[in-house]
Write a protein that binds this ligand. Structure first.
Ligand code: FAD
Length: 600
């Protein structure tokens, strides 16, 4: 293993989205020597695509808003399966983290009296999303990146991590390759923060881009950490359905927050037919009340278009299945007939351009066609709420690749806030862990480096096998068809059978060419992760015999109180290529927090 590029740090952060950057800044400010490693260019993480905003109970528009209400909304949105302590810390600390972004130069939209403006989103009782037009994520990343650069934190970009190193039961570093040259890099570090984002690329229709292959989830499993909540995948109700080249691309929830409504092919505003009992008390039951709400939120209840995402996605799915869909197999999202062209262009500039340029649709004049798209994974690495450390010493996880915070369903706007709240906590803790080790740091052995290298190069050794693209396509189709929005036991079982076959095919895939910029090789490495994570999702979805949040079982409709007290935990099995599943009781919420739910 001689001759490989080597670097030593206190803390390595894998991923340059909002959570990774926030963690890196915190670790640096705690005195650690830090590097950020990211698979694509700096500034090209999913966080950039976040349009709607960042949830924080600042009370700028509604003085009645506070962390308790935000906590309650988050738990209700997650159908009480959230780690209560994470939901509490998140609600308490989000306002402070948003103000800090402002101190660092983020230019949030303003209220008339100069406070940070707050926008309405599904599942939030009060308007509480701090935003910058529909480009909130871009401004947050710009701000964090500027600070990262000003602090002089090292960045390794277009550098993909393929394995983690361990010494005994402690993390000791990471192994990566440069996309451009295919050459390997070894990072030695006693603290590693996973901030790799989502898993969407395992599904055919998704709002996620190419990087999101569940790498952090799989790296954690292979290092001995556990995953929870993996059966809960969020299908965003509104993705573009046409043209085919952009199928799945996100249409922000702000369209509905700002007045857009859903109609079927008969012109009916159908969401009133899909209000579940759980949300009846706080949802308008007439169009008149729903429409009044935009102007007078105190005296009216919210429109049903703003129910949590899982409810809206299922309703759209049912309308399409019942034959009341739009010409390209979606449903209509109409803001044109409800708001002036000036309003739409001012509030939703990116959406206006997205539809104009990609679909030749003018959203100020005609309705959009939309349908559900795989968007976000609630499941991820099981972590300690205070420090974000996994069950493996030195291994931390934050942002979308961590689990627990969002329970069975994430509310819109609660991801950007999650990133900055837990990013800071993980960075602080990772720096403290590294600092506390003194000179007794775990090392990386040559044997481990050689093994990581062999494993990365394995696809070059096979002759005449299948190429990774066909395996990826078959996996995406399987996940979409058999592990999608509506699930049943027989289909989940056959998905697991398919995944097993795909794993066997992947063991014999061939990569052509050399290590210099070779996307086929990169995919072959990603595919290992996608297959492992897909198995986790299908296995947990089969085991959970109830419907809750993002997980809907046609054969077990409705939530089951017994399942409401349990998490499903996944860990690598003894073969090292599959996963074992077990049940674990949820942490018990203290009485002083339980009281927020007592009236229910
Ligand atoms: P990401 O921002 O996803 O970044 C992951 C990083 O990890 C990237 O830098 C990537 O290159 C890197 N990486 C991955 N694998 C590897 C590897 N093996 N080696 C090295 N680097 C790796 N949330 C909200 O709260 N409000 C919104 O309005 C909103 N809108 C959204 C709109 C869209 C279109 C999408 C896709 C998501 C939206 N979300 C929104 C969700 C939110 O943006 C994401 O959940 C969040 O940004 C994830 O941040 P993260 O820090 O976890 O990771």
């Amino acid at each position: 293993a001689g001759g490989i590029e080597r670097h030593g740090y206190d803390v390595i952060v894998i991923g340059a989205g909002g959570s990774g950057l926030r963690a890196a800044i915190a670790a640096h400010e705690s005195g650690a020597k830090v590097a950020v490693v990211c698979k694509s260019l700096l500034g090209k993480a999913h966080t950039v695509m976040a349009e709607g905003g960042c949830a924080a109970a600042m009370g700028n528009l509604y003085p009645d808003d506070n962390w308790q209400v935000h906590f309650r909304d988050t738990m209700r949105g997650g159908k009480m399966l959230n780690n209560w302590r994470m939901a509490q810390l998140h609600a308490q600390e989000a306002p402070e983290r948003v103000m800090e972004l402002e101190d660092w130069g983020a230019l949030f939209d303003r209220t008339d009296d100069g406070l940070i403006s707050q926008r309405d989103f599904g599942g939030h009782r009060y308007a509480r999303l701090a935003h910058i037009g529909d480009r909130t994520g871009l401004e947050i990343i710009r701000t964090l990146q500027q600070r990262l650069v000003a602090l002089g934190i090292d960045v390794f970009m277009e550098c993909t991590v393929t394995d983690l190193f361990k010494s005994g039961d402690q993390i000791s570093g990471a192994f990566a390759y440069w996309r451009e040259t295919g050459r390997f890099v070894v990072f030695e570090a006693p603290s590693v923060v996973l901030a790799t984002g989502g898993i969407g690329k395992s599904f055919k229709v998704t709002s996620n881009s190419w990087e999101y292959t569940g790498d952090g989830h799989a790296l954690a499993l292979r290092a001995g950490a556990t995953l929870i909540n993996m059966e809960f995948v969020q299908f965003h109700p509104t993705g573009m359905v046409w043209p085919p080249s952009v199928k799945g691309l996100l249409v922000t929830e702000s369209v509905r927050g700002d007045g857009g409504i859903l109609r079927n092919s008969e012109g009916k505003r159908f969401m009133f037919d899909y209000i579940p009992d759980f949300f009846k008390k706080e949802t308008a039951d007439t169009e008149e009340e729903a429409d009044r709400w935009y102007e007078d939120k105190k005296n009216n209840r919210r429109p049903p278009e703003l129910l949590p995402r899982d409810e809206v996605a299922r309703a759209i799915n049912s309308e399409i299945k019942a034959g009341r869909g739009s010409p390209h197999g979606g449903i209509f999202l109409d803001i044109a007939s409800r708001r002036s062209p000036e309003f739409i262009k001012r509030r939703l500039p990116s959406m206006y351009h997205q539809f104009k340029e990609l679909a030749d649709v003018d959203i100020t004049a005609e309705p959009m066609e939309i349908g559900p798209t795989c968007h976000y994974v609630m499941g991820g690495v099981e972590v300690d709420p205070e420090t974000e450390v996994s069950v493996v010493a030195g291994l931390y996880a934050v942002g979308e690749c961590s689990g627990g915070m969002h329970g069975s369903n994430r509310l819109g706007g609660n991801s950007l806030s999650d990133l900055i709240v837990f990013g800071k906590r993980a960075g602080d803790a990772a720096a403290a862990h590294a600092g506390g080790l003194g000179s007794s740091r775990p090392g990386v052995s040559d044997e481990e480096v050689a093994a990581a290298q062999r494993s990365a190069l394995a696809p070059f050794e096979v002759q005449g096998g299948e190429n990774p693209y066909t395996i990826q396509q078959d996996l995406q189709q399987t996940m979409n068809d058999l592990v999608g929005i509506i699930r049943v036991a027989a289909e989940l079982e056959s998905a697991l059978g398919e995944i097993q076959k795909l794993k066997e095919r992947a063991a014999h895939m061939t990569v052509e060419g050399h290590r210099q910029y070779n996307p086929g090789w990169h995919l072959s490495i990603d595919l290992r992760n996608m297959l492992l994570v897909s198995e986790c999702i299908a296995k947990a979805a089969l085991a959970r015999q109830e419907s809750r949040g993002g997980h809907t079982r046609d054969d077990f409709p409705g939530p089951d109180p017994e399942w409401g007290g349990k998490n499903l935990v996944l860990r690598l099995d003894s073969t090292g290529t599959g996963v074992d599943l077990s049940e674990q009781p949820l942490p018990v919420m203290p009485d002083e927090l339980k009281k927020f739910f007592e009236e229910e």
